[in-house]
Ligand binder design. Structure first.
Ligand code: SAM
Length: 332
């Protein structure tokens, strides 16, 4: 079976294996292989591998000593990993319990199994959860995890804040555009999965969120990742912060896909003379980018020249609906 592996010179193999193991990234269910002086260490989550390591897809034999959930169940279950939690999206409670039991019994490094119990909802985009397995920590917060993404660690409680591991590649794409000294406003920052990698590249980042728990985690995560000096975390409705940062930003992240257009006045107020906006939207597949572009032009022109630099489908959201991103440059 082909799995993501870190490729490393044989002499650096043990140090790299230990480094990955410290972050729960070694996929123990597969064998480490070697060829021509290189070791190939299978990893559990390609997105969480630190950027300085070389990642390749490679055939790796399954370890016979490790038991997988699929072996116990007789079918391949669908789940996502979020730190030491496994996330299910099962409507059938019996099936969900069966999968949870197999995950716990398997050799996966999972302590908690959670099933989605509602859609994300309300202003804070938090969903309800059914805890299928896991005692949690002393305070009983079995929904709290530390998740790793592209070498950064994010503490978060899925019952209190929004977070989706599926956006890892997209966040990395955007963070890679940031240069040291950039001034960034993340208007809907959550626990910091855009803000922290950007600060790690040397940007000064203002992260705003209306959910006070998200801002507490953003501060904690900025400390945890050694970027607290470059992250200002503000617990507020971003529209109330716009005047304070008027004309300040070189780059703005707008990840509130269903209603970002309601916040374009604030974004344009925050934008500096030359500013890139990463605008997330959910639209019908027949015209996924048109509504966002028209909304931005309506608010920003004629004060700014507007040019759409990237149109990208991030993922499918629902039948015939997609989650998209427009990277739009505003030049005054
Ligand atoms: N950017 C984060 C991420 O990728 O995980 C969070 C994105 S989540 C879809 C949107 C966030 O916007 C939520 O954390 C929510 O609390 C926040 N939010 C909603 N309305 C807001 C407002 N008026 N001002 C600031 N934040 C807001």
């Amino acid at each position: 079976m082909e799995v993501p592996c870190v490729r490393v010179r044989r002499e650096d193999g043990e140090a790299t294996r230990r480094r990955l193991a410290a972050e729960d990234l070694v996929a123990d269910t597969f064998e480490i292989t070697h060829e021509d002086g290189w070791l190939y260490i299978p990893v559990t989550d390609a997105h969480a591998v630190p950027a300085d390591l070389d990642l390749v897809d490679r055939e790796a034999p399954e370890r016979e000593t490790q038991t997988t959930p699929a072996e116990l169940l007789g079918f391949e279950p669908s789940y996502e990993r979020l730190g030491r939690a496994a996330i299910l999206d099962e409507d059938d409670t019996d099936r969900a319990r069966e999968i949870a039991a197999a995950i716990v019994e398997s050799d996966l490094p999972v302590e908690t199994v959670l099933n989605k119990a509602s859609k994300v909802k309300g202003e804070t985009r938090v969903r309800d959860w059914e805890v299928l397995a896991g005692e949690g920590s002393d305070d009983g917060a079995s929904t709290e995890v530390v998740h790793r993404e592209y070498g950064h660690a994010f503490a978060l409680d899925v019952a209190e804040v929004y977070f989706s591991p599926r956006l890892a590649t997209e966040r990395h794409r955007v963070a890679e555009q940031v240069a040291a000294g950039d001034r960034v406003v993340d208007m809907f920052a959550g626990v910091g999965p855009f803000a922290i990698p950007m600060a790690a590249r040397g940007a000064d980042v203002v992260g705003v969120d209306v959910n006070p728990r998200a801002i507490e985690y953003l501060r904690e995560n900025a400390e945890r990742n050694g970027v607290a000096d470059r992250v200002t975390a503000i617990d507020a409705d971003v529209r109330d912060v716009a005047a304070e940062y008027a004309g300040w930003a070189d780059r703005i992240v707008m990840n509130l896909p269903h209603s970002a257009d309601d916040f374009l006045d604030a974004a344009v107020a925050i934008a500096g003379d030359d500013c890139t906006i990463h605008y997330y939207d959910i639209q019908h597949e027949d015209d996924p980018f048109g509504p966002g572009e028209r909304a931005i032009r309506e608010v920003a022109e004629p004060e700014y020249d507007v040019s759409v630099e990237t149109e990208r489908v991030v993922r499918s959201y629902a039948p015939h609906e997609c989650n998209v991103c427009l990277d739009v440059r505003l030049t005054r």
